[in-house]
Design a protein. Sequence first.
Length: 79
Amino acid sequence: MFASKLGITLKNGEMLKQALKEAAINEDVVIQKNNEYGTHYNMKFLLKTEVGESLILAAWIVRSGETFPRLTSCYPVKK
């Protein structure tokens, strides 16, 4: 989906990594829930490339006992 909608592949995947970092700093992050595994967060942001643009949904968890987030899911949202 990333390749067809945005032209993002393994060769230029750094573009997505950088967009995720910037969105985590600049966009609203919503706490989805807390459970025995940790705190779950969701984030939506618009990603524009030379090929196209798409709303991206990224999900993160900060596991219980840890102090850093882990990306659990990331995909372009269908319109």
